[in-house]
Every structure is written in C-alpha cells, then in structure tokens.
Design a protein around this ligand. Structure first.
Ligand code: SAT
Ligand code: MN
Length: 591
C-alpha cells in the first residue's frame, strides 16, 4: 500500500519518507496490527530460524538474542537536551546536534537488504484523553511482534494519528550485502545508542534488538519521553504497576507501586492472596501515567497493553496467574527449551528434564553451573490473557489511586513496610530508595545503588526537578494518595529472607487498605509509621516481627549520611522541602 493511502497525516508521511531515504530498506511494510500480519511475520521468522514454535503452547514461540544483547544498556542510553544541566547528574547527556550528526551517519543505509516496518501505536486506551500516539520504524520483525502485544498497535491507532506523535527510529544496525544471508540475531554491539530528545519528543535506537532498548513504546517513550512531557504538562509517568484490591467486605481501592526492574512488580501486580476473601486485579505490571482528576484525586492509566515479564523465578507457587497467562499466545526470549517443545527456567517449580536446550540455543550442561535460562529472560504476553486482568485497564479516565508503594530490594536496613507521615515525607521516601542491582540491566548484579522511585534509568530530565515535580503534584491534589515504602527482601542473620513474600504480601496490602480506610493501627518510628504488632494480620505465619521492622540507629545514621552526600548531586535543584525531610529524619534518628 502506498504511504499516502495508508495515512493522510502529512507530518507522518514526510517523516516516514525521510527515514526511507536515510535507511534505504529493500522493502517497506506499513503495519495494520492484524492477527494475519502477526502470523505472516512470525512465519517469516520461523522460516529463517529466528523464531521457534513451541509444540506445548498454542501459538507461542521462543527465540534467542545475541548473547551480549540481553538487557538494557544504560551506558549507551542518552538524554539529549540543549543544556547539559537539564538532563541532570543521573543521566548520560549528549549534545543534541552532535548526536543527530552521529545518528545520521549510523542510520545511513542501515536497513539495506532488510524490510522496514512502520508501526503506528497508542500508549493508553485508544481515545483516552491521557493516551499518546507514537510511530516506531524498525527493521526488526521481533520488535513488530512484541509491539503488537505490548501496545495498542495498528489500524485503530493509525485512525487517531491525525496530528502529533512521538517518532521512534530503531535499527539492529546490520545492513545486508547483496546475496548475504542474515545471521540469527543481528545487532551491532560496538555502536549501540539509545538516544532521547525530550525537547522534541523523539527517540532513536541503534544496534540492539533487546526489548527495553528496541520496543520504543516502553521505557523510551512511556517513561523517558513521557516523564519529561509530564513535568511540562503537570502529570507523572512512573515505573509502577497498578492493581485493584478488594477486601472480603468493602470497596475496591487501587494501588500503584514502583520497584526497580526484576524486583517483583509482575508478581505483586498478579498476586494470589493467601488471605481468604481478598481479591487482587491486575491493571498493569510496569508503567503508570498519573494525572490529577477533577475531584482532586490522582488517577492512573497503564499506557501498555501487555507484559514483558521476567521468566526465572516465575512458578505456580510464586505467580500462578502469570503461569496461566503465558499458556498460549506468548513469545519467550532467552529461556531454556525442552526437547518436546516447551520452555523451562530456573525457579519454574520443577526439575529440568534430562535434555535441555539452553538460552544460547545449545544443549545445556548442568555441571557447568551456568543458568539454563538467562536471568533476564522474558515472556511477552497480552494483559488480556491474565486470569485477573481488570477491564478497568480500558477505562479512558484511569482509576483513582489510594496508595503508592515505593519498593526496593534491600537485604538490610529497610523495614517490611512504613507509611509516610505526609505527602512530602512520602516523596522523600521515594527519593531515598536504594536497591540491589539485577540482571535487567547490563553490568554487575547485586550491588546497592540509589534508584529514586525506581526511575534512575528512566527519568528523562533532571532528577532534582523530578523530585520538585512530585512535591508540586502533591500540593495540587486535594486527596493525595498515601505513600508507603516496602521491602520484601530483608534477610536475617542466617542470610535467609525474613518475609515469605508473594501471596503473603496480601498481609501488607491488607494493613495498607485498613490504613487508607482510617482504621489500621500504627506506631511511630523515626522513619515512618509502622504496623503495630497486632495490626498486621500474620495469621499463623511464623515470621519474626522484630527483625522485619527494626530500625537500627547505627545503620540509619549511615543511611542518612549516604543520603546527605547523594542529594548534594542535585545541587540547587534539590527541593528545600526534601532537604527539610532529611534534616528531620536525622534529628529523629539521633534523638
Ligand atoms: O527494560 S525492559 O523494559 O526490557 C525491562 C525492565 O528493565 O523493566
Ligand atoms: Mn520495568
């Protein structure tokens, strides 16, 4: 189909024509998002060996990425603003003009011998006043299939694409010479660049085929670009799941919760409560866009339509809803495979069969003690397949948020849960988050780093301004949600987790529910309000209360010192109100 029959949007036509001229693809495919299109592209990939159908799961596939292209690459991710200051001290900054020059030369002829796919998509329910449109151009058929699952992609989005949109250009960065056969997982490891231009809301990604670097609707648009838009326009784009929580008797509330990548957002979003009568519904597992409603409450939509979840550790014990979600119509990336056409990963809940194909696509040898599935292996699946999917996800106005959780992975210091004294103290709790790193980003795993609101890799502007924006949002809300810090990962002296987590996390949610309803008991601690011994329903769980909630003054003095030096990074852009919270904390700790 000709471009001008596909759309009448002149800006879109011009932009696509420019990218064709620049990238010189062999063919152009204008995506319609249909099931037939998905099947045809999947068939092409199956034919060239890059996608393998799974006999045991209807309409599902597995695939492998290049062994060195398995996670987000933060060191290759840039925020390009005219003034370096505006990207802030936590982002890699690049001069926009110089970056554009570099990109022009990287993208020149980069799609030679390949098909260029043009993907129109909508982040958020189509027609919602809070939804935003994007178009991704890519030469990766894997990206097309994933975008079809992860976003509202295709003809419907295109109908709404009459005006502005966020353009995103992606290439694996490996042009093909005439007669050259494509490799199994093309990428260009030496020239990876994921560049964001928040001042013009555009994205360029070169050289990587991994999800978070290549599915541009997700982290690039829905977090980095959207957070910068939100700051300008008065809303929030956050790395948060959204869930609905209904008690045995009483009203449903909605909760948003931030945790760094691979710290259990999907598990919490799909929680199966261990307490009878409680119900959790899933509205999203990764990203929330939140705005002020006319009633002065904070409302959230999930801009995504699917889950790109971490496979290892997912089992019928830890997340039965996820296991049921991925029974069909799922793409698995970098998992291990069984001989009879199924998938396997560490922590799936049963031993591997004798013969297994590792995530690298070769027979797995258990004696080598390297994981069969990559620790950051993923499943891509539509949210609608989740047994506790909530149709509230399609509500164009979003859902009112009663509580915000800011979580981290900390083996010590942070208690299971603490409630902030008030909004600014809650923002302080979010700003103070540090977490142990995971395999979701390339680099060392398990070291502690500051990760405010789990947004360190995703905030598209100066983090000091981001804190100020949070403070300001609270001032504009008549009924702001309560803010809680949570940590499921605290360990005892024996090195074992103190809290069982997963379905038992409902006990923490129950306490939060009761607090929100104005009933639950709490005691004052220097770092926030904590459940009193009898206000958290531990039933007959044998968990040690004291070590889960203890506030060690020595540890906390060090934490305060660390925060004092970290917050200096933000200079004059660090809000006074948070500096005040830090001073107050110091006083309470030293009392
Ligand atoms: O970056 S991804 O979207 O691929 C996954 C994550 O790190 O949350
Ligand atoms: Mn994430």
């Amino acid at each position: 189909m000709a471009l001008n029959q596909w759309t009448r949007n002149q800006k879109l036509i011009r932009w696509v024509e420019e990218q064709i001229a620049l990238c010189q693809p062999a063919k152009v495919h204008l995506c319609d998002g249909s099931a037939e299109e998905f099947d045809a592209i999947a068939a092409l990939m199956v034919a060239n060996g890059s996608l393998i159908p799974l006999k045991k799961r209807p309409h599902s596939f597995r695939c492998h990425t290049h062994p060195d292209d398995v996670a987000r690459v933060e060191e290759c991710t840039f925020i390009c603003t005219k003034n370096m200051e505006d990207a802030g001290p936590t982002n890699n900054w690049h001069d926009p003009q110089l970056m554009k020059k570099k990109l022009q030369s990287l993208f020149a002829n980069c799609m030679r011998g390949r098909t260029m796919y043009v993907i129109p998509y909508c982040m958020g329910p189509i027609g919602s006043p809070y939804a935003r449109l994007g178009v991704e151009i890519t030469d990766s058929p894997y990206v097309v299939l994933n975008m079809q699952i992860m976003t509202r992609m295709g003809a419907d989005a295109l109908k709404h694409l009459t005006g502005d949109f966020v353009p995103g250009l992606h290439s694996v960065g490996r042009p093909l010479n005439p007669g050259e056969k494509d490799g199994p997982w093309p990428c260009n490891l030496d020239h990876r660049v994921i560049a964001h231009f928040p001042e013009e809301s555009s994205i360029y990604s070169f050289g990587s085929g991994y999800g978070g670097n290549a599915l541009l609707g997700k982290k690039c648009f829905a977090l980095r670009i959207a957070s910068a838009l939100g700051q300008k326009e008065g809303w929030l784009a956050e790395h948060m799941l959204i869930l609905g929580l209904t008690p045995p008797e009483g009203q449903k509330i909605y909760i948003a919760a931030s945790f760094p990548s691979a710290c259990g957002k999907t598990n919490l979003a799909m929680l199966t409560p261990s307490l009878p009568g409680w119900r959790v519904e899933c509205l999203g597992d990764d990203i929330a866009w939140m705005h002020r409603g006319a009633d002065g409450r904070l409302y959230a939509i999930n801009p995504e339509a699917g889950f790109f979840g971490v496979a290892p550790g997912t089992s019928m014990r830890t997340n039965p809803n996820a296991m049921k979600t991925i029974g069909h119509h799922t793409i698995f990336t970098n998992v291990a495979a069984t001989e009879d056409g199924d998938v396997w990963w560490e922590g799936i809940g049963f031993s591997p069969p004798e013969k297994l194909i590792s995530w690298r696509g070769v027979p797995w040898n258990p004696s080598e003690e390297i994981p069969a599935a990559h620790p950051n292996s993923r499943f891509t699946v539509s949210a609608k397949q989740c047994p506790i999917y909530s149709s509230d996800m399609e509500n164009p106005q979003g859902v009112p948020i009663s509580a915000i959780l800011v979580g981290a992975r900390r083996h010590s210091v942070m208690p299971l849960v603490a409630e902030s004294f008030h909004w600014n103290h809650g923002v302080f709790l979010g700003a103070s988050i540090s977490s142990e790193t995971t395999a979701a980003s390339s680099g060392q795993v398990g070291y502690l780093r500051h990760d405010p609101f789990a947004m360190l890799p995703f905030c598209g502007y100066h983090m000091g301004d981001y804190f100020a924006h949070w403070v300001e949002m609270g001032q504009r809300l008549k009924h702001p949600p309560r803010i809680y810090s949570v940590n499921w990962f605290r360990r005892g002296v024996d090195g074992q987790f103190l809290w069982p987590g997963f379905g038992e996390n409902i006990r923490v949610l129950k306490w939060i529910y009761e607090r929100v309803a104005g009933r639950g008991g709490a005691v004052h601690s220097p770092i926030g309000l904590m459940p009193s011994f009898d206000s958290i329903d531990c039933g007959n769980l044998s968990v040690p209360f004291e070590p889960l909630f203890s506030v060690d003054r020595n540890e906390w003095q060090k934490e305060v010192q660390e925060l004092e030096s970290y917050f200096q990074l933000f200079g004059s852009r660090f809000p006074d109100s948070l500096a005040h919270e830090l001073r107050q904390l110091k006083q309470r700790i030293c009392e």
